[in-house]
Design a protein. Structure first.
Lengths: 78, 266
């Protein structure tokens, strides 16, 4: 029941996004990409979803211009 | 049930929270220095905060029979300001001999910047030079995996650091393996929205074993639950795990790690 409840919440969220106006946030693409991990076999789905949202680069950034994280990596130069 | 809450920011919590934690079986808690939700303007602001951590909170906790311990640092969220960080690092030794100070923490990274790494290295040097244990904060959300790897590199580079005396907190499924492989301890933070849910925390115990791992609430001024550890213990019991394993995760493991400091006495 708990997983069913969460799945319906995600479905409703995506419906809400479709109804909204304006350009898509970059996090929506990351979210859709991460959802593809749910169809994988094996038992690393949680790991793979987390990695889909993660900054894949290796080097430190030059300067921290903000303090907060937003949930998904915006890409180089963002 | 008895438990140790190894990460709680009680300066942000009410006295009722102390009462509830004591009622649920909390015998000791550890309060690492952290970001107040705003940038402090000077090292004197930190000096007052460190007095709160070493004088005021132990008294509040003692009213409920809870032992209070602490860790000192400037949090990575304020580490971009190198001058402020240098001033605060010079204040920390004033408090290092206080009876409830366990070590340096929670240090680490936030946005994985060059200045944050420099300040992290300075904290690690301070800990190594004074034979202090280390408590590490790993970054949030999209920054966590990269930041955890960078932190492990800094720790590995300093040969004076014994990995078994370093706790890397806020691990999740994509970072727990690299932390344990490096010989450190790992903490799972039980938050209602970010970090780790009770179900996932139990999953990780089932998958990675129970050695060198603890759970914490990291309760502060944001969405967080001071009773997250005992509630997760109840969920673990509901899954059918032995009482001895539950006791190991919520009491024996934190006791084993923290007892590496002579000051940690229950």
């Amino acid at each position: 029941m708990d997983a069913r409840h969460k799945l319906i919440d995600i479905a409703a969220f995506l419906d809400r996004v479709e109804r909204a106006e304006g350009d898509a946030d970059f996090r929506l693409k990351a979210f859709r990409d991460a959802m593809k991990c749910l169809d994988d076999s094996g038992n690393d789905r949680a790991h793979d979803v987390l990695m889909a949202f993660s900054d894949p680069t290796q080097e430190p950034i030059a300067v921290a211009h903000s303090k907060g994280a937003c949930g998904a990596w915006p890409g180089e130069g963002e | 049930m008895r438990f140790i809450e190894p990460h709680a920011h009680m300066v942000s919590r009410t006295t009722d929270d102390y009462a509830d934690m004591a009622t649920a079986g909390c015998v000791a808690l550890c309060e690492p220095a952290f970001w107040a939700g705003f940038d402090r303007g000077s090292a004197d602001g930190f000096r007052d905060y460190f007095r709160q951590l070493t004088e005021v909170e132990p008294r509040r906790a003692a009213n409920y029979g809870i032992k209070h311990f602490t860790w000192l640092c400037i949090n990575p969220k304020e580490s971009e300001d190198m001058a402020l960080a240098a001033d605060v690092l010079s204040v920390i030794p004033e408090f290092m001999e206080c009876p409830n100070v366990l070590g340096i923490g929670e240090i680490g990274l936030n946005k994985n910047s060059r200045n944050e790494i420099k300040v992290l290295q300075q904290h690690v040097d301070l800990a190594a030079a004074n034979d202090q244990m280390v408590l590490v904060h790993t970054p949030h959300l999209e920054d966590k995996h990269k930041g955890t790897r960078l932190i492990l590199d800094v720790l590995k580079y300093d040969s004076r650091i014994n990995p078994e005396r370093v706790m890397i907190d806020h691990v999740e499924e994509h970072t727990i393996g690299m932390v344990l492989d490096a010989g450190h301890w790992g903490g799972m933070t039980l938050y209602p929205e970010s970090k780790c849910s009770p179900a996932r925390a139990i999953d990780m115990i089932e998958r990675f074993g129970s050695d060198r791992l603890w759970w914490d609430a990291a309760c502060d001024w944001g969405p967080s639950v001071p009773l997250a550890v005992p509630r997760t213990a109840c969920e673990m019991r509901r899954r059918g795990h032995d009482e001895s394993l539950i006791e190991k995760v919520i009491f024996e493991n934190p006791k084993a790690f923290l007892s590496q400091s002579d000051r940690f006495q229950l």
